[in-house]
Ligand binder design. Sequence first.
Ligand code: AHR
Length: 535
Amino acid sequence: MVPKYSSFASSGPSARNCRVEVLLDEPLGTISPNIYGHFTENLGGVVYDGIWVGEKSSIPNVNGIRRELVEQMRKIKAPVIRFPGGCFADSYDWRDGIGPADKRPRRTNFWEQVEPPNSPPIHKYDPNQFGTNEFVHFCKLIGSQPYLAANLRSLPAEEFYRWVEYCNSPAGSTTLAEMRAASGNTEPFQVRFWGVGNESWGCGGNFTAQEYAVEFRRFTTWVPSFGQELSFIASGPNDDSWDWTRGFLEEIVRKGAGQLRSIYGLALHYYAWNLSRGRTHDWNAGKGDALKFDVADWYELLRQGEVMESLITGHWQIMGEIDREHQIKLVVDEWGPWYRPGSEMTPGDILEQTPTLRDAVFSGMTLDIFNQHPEKIAMANCAQLINCLNSLYLAHEDKFCVTPVGHVFDMYAAHQGGQSLRAVFSAPSVHYQRDANPASFAGLTGSASLHDKVLVLTAVNPHVSEACETEIGIPGATIKSATATVLTSSDIHAHNSFEQRDVIVPQTRTVETKGHVLPYRFPPASVTKLVVNLQ
Ligand code: AHR
C-alpha cells in the first residue's frame, strides 16, 4: 500500500499556479438533465437486495423498494433510469415480469454461468418479482423517466411492439392495457426511451454493424406509438470502435437519409478497465484493484477517464459525415471504471466493487466532459446504480451507504438544465512515471453552467499531493458571493462502508470573493463545486 497524502489544510501541500476563465458570452448549449442518468441491470445484487427488498421485508421499503435508496435518489434529482440491462436485456422476456407476483415464473438469469459459487440463489434464478410495473413505480417514486432496453437477440420484433403496447396503450384500449390496469396501473406508463438491443456487436447478438442496422430498421419500423413520442436508442460502439459507428449509419441510410429520423440516440459504452500500464490488452489480466492501488494506478485510471473526450468528439465526427444535420445524439448509457473482483462489500455480489476517492475524481471528470458537449450528448447512464461497478450506493439487507461517487452526483446535480459555458482551465500537467516511462495528463479540468444569475463551476484536481492555487475570472460579471463544496481526503483510498458510512463526505463553506475574480485553492485529489452568485 502507498503512503497517504496530506491534503486540504490551505497551508499544507505545495501548490501549482492555475487559472480558470469562464466565458459568459460563449454558451455551448443546455445541459440535458439526462446526462445525470443511471443504469440498473438485473445482475448480481443490483435489483435483488439493492433496489428490491420485497413488500414483506423488515427493511424499510416503499411497496418493496428500498426506502433509503428512494430518498437518496430524490436528493440527487435522478432524471432517468435504464433497465433491465445490459447483456441481461437481450435474454429477458418482459412478459415474465408482469401479472400477479405469485404467478410469475422463475428463470435462469443471463449471468448465472459466471456467478460466483457464494452468490445467493435469487441472483442466479430470477424470481421476476421486480418487473415492468415495479420498475416504473420505482422511477415514479423518484421523479425519473424510465428507459427500457428491449430484447433484439432472442425475442421477435412483435414482442417489442407488445411491450410498448403494455406500457403505453391508453386505459381500457387493449388486452394489454387491461392487464396493466389489473396491476393497479390504469393510466399508461408513457415510456419514451427505448433501447433497441444492447451491445449488439457482442452479447446482444454478435452482429456486424451492417446486420444490426438491418435489424434496427426492422424493429423500429411502424412501432405503435399510442400518442407517446418514442425515442429509440440504437446499440452503438464500444469505446473506439469507429467502424461500428460508420458501418451502422452507412447501412441505415442505404434506405435513404430519412431513415436517420428514426434514431434518437446512438449508445456509446466506455469502461476504464486497463490499469496494466500498456503491458496487456487482456480483459482479465489488465484490470486493477478497486482498493489496493498506488499513485501510478491512480493516475492511470484518470488518464483513461480523459479518453472519454476523444471518444465523444471522434464518434460525433463520424456521425456527422453521414448524419449531416446531427439529428442523432450520443447516449453514453454505460460508463465507469471496472476493476477485478475482490473489493465486494457483500461477498458473492458479482461485479460489485468498492468505489473510492479515485472513482469520485474519475466520475467528476467524466461528468465535466459531458457538460462540455451539451449539443452532442442527450443522455448518459453511470454503470451501475447500486452494488455494481461504479456504484453510487452499496446495500446489503438492512445496511446501506453512499459511496464517494454518490456524493459527486449529489454535488453535480446543480448543473442539470443549466446553460453550459465555455470555461478554460489552465494548469501545469500532472507528470508521473508509467513504469520506466514518463507520462502526463491535464492538471485541472472542469465545467461551468449558468442558471439565471447563479454560476455553477465544478472541477477536479487529479494531483495526489499538490493543490491548485487558482484565480477564477468571470469577465463581464461582478461576483456577489460564493460557496465551495469539496469532496476530498488525506487518503486517496478513502471510501465509505456499512460500518463507517461517513469517512468521505462533501464539506461546504463560504469563499471570499474579490469583485471580478474569485481566488480559490483546489485541494489535491479533490472534486469541487463552486456556486457563484453574480450581480
Ligand atoms: O455493466 C455490465 C455489463 O457491461 C453490461 O451488461 C454490458 O452491457 C456491458 O458489457
